[in-house]
Design a protein around this ligand. Sequence first.
Ligand SMILES: Cc1cc2nc3c(=O)[nH]c(=O)nc-3n(C[C@H](O)[C@H](O)[C@H](O)COP(=O)(O)OP(=O)(O)OC[C@H]3O[C@@H](n4cnc5c(N)ncnc54)[C@H](O)[C@@H]3O)c2cc1C
Ligand code: FES
Length: 275
Amino acid sequence: MLNPYLPQTVKIIDTFQETPTIKRIDFRVNFSPALLTKKMTFVPGQFILAGVWGAGEAPFGLTNSPYNRKRWQIMVRNTGGRVTSSLHRLKPGDTMTMRGPYGNGFPLQKMTNMDIVAMAGGCGIPPIASLIEFITVNRNNFSKVYLVYGAGSPEEFAGKSRFTHWRNKKIEVILTIDKPQKGWAGRVGFVSEHINNLSFDAQKTYVAMCGPGPMFAGTAAAFLQLGVADQRIYLSAERKMSCGIGKCQHCTCGKHYVCLDGPVFSWNQIKDMHD
Ligand SMILES: Cc1cc2nc3c(=O)[nH]c(=O)nc-3n(C[C@H](O)[C@H](O)[C@H](O)COP(=O)(O)OP(=O)(O)OC[C@H]3O[C@@H](n4cnc5c(N)ncnc54)[C@H](O)[C@@H]3O)c2cc1C
Ligand code: FES
């Protein structure tokens, strides 16, 4: 039997400094035959455990289109810790370790034919970007689609090179920075402050969000106030992880394992989860 803790070594194809602290790493995966039979190689919202031999591994959301078999991508924010610092030193041609994909991902079937509001804060963009990529391929299966993306300053938006493509696919991309800044003519304020200006049908809207913890409560409250049901508000939760496969209990949150039952949970589920 294959050892589930044994990562595969994958080759870095390309790296790109998305923001002063976030680096994108593109790599080639040796897919298992079972995965190759599927149309999508993962579900947006799923994560991998990536690392460097000797430095350990950590969870990262996949950020590429789930239909892309040539390269997978992660965006890594350098926290100064062992794993992210080591990943930031990688160059094209180097190798890194990878296990996964793990976790559940966003509920794509339920979201079909609905209005979608994707909310991303700071380094929460990777899984949301993958969801948007999925939607662009299946655009006719969704009604209105918004992406509201907030960052501390304009330089901190990751994934900028994809915004034009998304807008061409009738995805309204709304960018906002926390505080006014010279040279920025766009929106200002937290992502939750821009929800009231969107035009979606609350009865048929799904929300997908990922970002820093404090973003969730205010954003969910704004959607609930507008009549979006809590079982249609989804978020990607972050917890320290070790095994990634429901064995070590590092990531427990209430009765749930974030690695196995999540990382994507509905607001309905989150309400009952306590640290
Ligand atoms: C499901 C899931 C998906 C994730 N996806 C991504 C992703 O796509 N991109 C990404 O960059 N990160 C992502 N993370 C977070 C990432 O796994 C951590 O930042 C990573 O564990 C840091 O490892 P490290 O060894 O470099 O630092 P550690 O030694 O673990 O931490 C170094 C320092 O950074 C602080 N720190 C660690 N993590 C965070 C954090 N998330 N926010 C703020 N401070 C932190 C620690 O408190 C410590 O002070 C995800 C986490 C989960 C659970
Ligand atoms: S990381 Fe081990 S149980 Fe979730």
